[in-house]
Design a protein. Structure first.
Length: 123
């Protein structure tokens, strides 16, 4: 009976069916695993993008608040300067006398300003 061709043929059919079913099931589970990994990666990327968008929004809000403060201070200072110029009409008549011109010409041109940086426009 062990040498019967029908036995070997039946055994071959059973083995092929078993391995074929296992191969099909394994490939199906592999596809499902790959799709699950892709979905997981996509969800992580979406979460990271949302967190970055929230951080960018907070940064933009802080920037706009600081910009508004600077704008408010600038407007107040500009108004005070305009009022001061309107009150003191002599500002347009600025000039140097002989002593002032002598002091201006004696200052070296490579002088640094109060920040310690070279300022060529500073007298």
């Amino acid at each position: 009976m062990a040498l019967s061709p029908y036995f070997w043929l039946g055994l071959l059919v059973v083995l092929l069916t078993t391995f074929g079913t296992g191969y099909y099931t394994g490939s199906k589970h592999t596809r499902n695993s790959i799709e699950a990994d892709q979905l997981h990666a996509q969800l992580e990327a979406e979460d990271a993008a949302e967190e970055q968008a929230e951080k960018d929004n907070v940064t933009a809000q802080v920037f706009e608040k600081e910009r508004e403060v600077i704008r408010t201070v600038y407007i107040k200072v500009k108004e005070r300067v305009d009022e001061n110029i309107d009150k003191n009409t002599g500002y347009s008549e600025c000039g140097l006398d002989d002593d002032g011109l002598r002091i201006y010409n004696e200052n070296p041109r490579n002088k640094t300003d109060s920040t310690g940086k070279f300022n060529p426009a500073m007298p």
